[in-house]
Design a binder for this molecule. Structure first.
Ligand SMILES: C[S@@+](CC[C@H](N)C(=O)[O-])C[C@H]1O[C@@H](n2cnc3c(N)ncnc32)[C@H](O)[C@@H]1O
Length: 267
């Protein structure tokens, strides 16, 4: 994927800044933003560098930051409370029963109000070391770097192309977290132990590696999803490495954590 430029002209910058202010107000009223620290971080972290393209419709063409006809639409979408699909791949249907392909969504930039709500629930303090599972666009990693400093942030994604793009885009904005293309079900041992582990993809059960790599008093925040939908779970780790916690009253629907790059959904 080519690196699409996302520099904003002064008018666009003013618009983006105004939208961030409006969203911050809205998220605060709704309870998604609760602390001045995250409110400030949200308002000074651009989202557009991480989403130069998105798919308004999974089956259709992507919308590009460089399309002069639709640039305004792109910018409005990026600075609104919307989940934006950032990667869609065509997967083969059954060659015998149904030839052809169908679009499969493999990455998105999560709804900003949910991103902020999760970051607030993560309850970080200065010096905390955070592991994010599901780098995706890199926007959530950018927020974490802005809050804690790049040296405290590790983020992994199973898709090497996404990790490469996020590395470039984060670096272009002054962030240098540790990024790796690995199956996040195994955590990321080189950076362990972590004070906070946040997953932006859904699991059916908590991977044991996350417990092994959690520091005493760590928090794990993840969407646990079954057949009837997902719910955010916030677990605290005790001194013996045992996790206990609560389901938060919030239905979520992240993409599945998958173990391969063949893009097959889990059974
Ligand atoms: C909703 S997106 C992440 C959004 C991201 N945090 C952002 O700010 O844009 C979910 C991501 O999880 C990734 N993912 C799926 N399975 C994974 C796995 N086993 N390990 C790491 N990442 C995985 C996908 O490739 C996708 O990019």
């Amino acid at each position: 994927m080519p690196p699409y430029p996302t520099d904003l002209d002064p008018d666009e910058q003013r618009l983006a800044q105004a939208r961030l202010g409006e969203l911050a107000e809205k998220f605060t009223e709704a309870g998604a933003l609760r602390t001045p620290a995250w409110r400030e971080v949200f308002q000074r972290t651009w989202r557009h560098p991480y989403i130069p393209i998105y798919y308004p419709d999974p089956g259709g063409r992507c919308l590009l930051s460089i399309d002069p006809q639709r640039r305004g639409e792109w910018l409005e979408a990026v600075y609104s409370d919307q989940t934006l699909l950032t990667k869609v791949v065509q997967v083969p249907l059954s060659p015998t029963l149904r030839p052809g392909t169908a679009p499969l969504l493999t990455s998105s930039s999560t709804l900003p109000s949910l991103v902020l709500l999760m970051l607030e629930e993560l309850d970080v303090t200065d010096g905390h070391r955070v592991l994010e599972i599901g780098t995706g666009s890199g926007y959530n990693a950018a927020l974490l770097c802005e809050r804690l400093g790049s040296e405290c942030v590790t983020s992994v994604d199973i898709d090497p192309e996404l990790v490469e793009l996020a590395t470039e885009r984060l670096a272009a904005n002054g962030y240098t977290p540790t990024l790796a293309a690995v199956d996040g079900a195994g955590g990321y041992p080189p950076g362990a132990p972590y004070d906070r582990i946040i997953a932006t993809c859904s699991v059916q059960a908590i991977p044991p590696a996350w417990l092994e790599q959690a520091a005493p008093d760590a928090v794990i925040l993840v969407d646990v999803r079954g057949k009837i939908g997902g719910t955010l779970v916030r677990l605290s780790i005790d001194g013996d490495g045992r996790a206990s916690g609560r389901f938060l009253p919030l239905g979520t629907g992240f993409m599945w954590l998958r173990h391969t790059m063949d893009f097959l959904p889990p059974p």
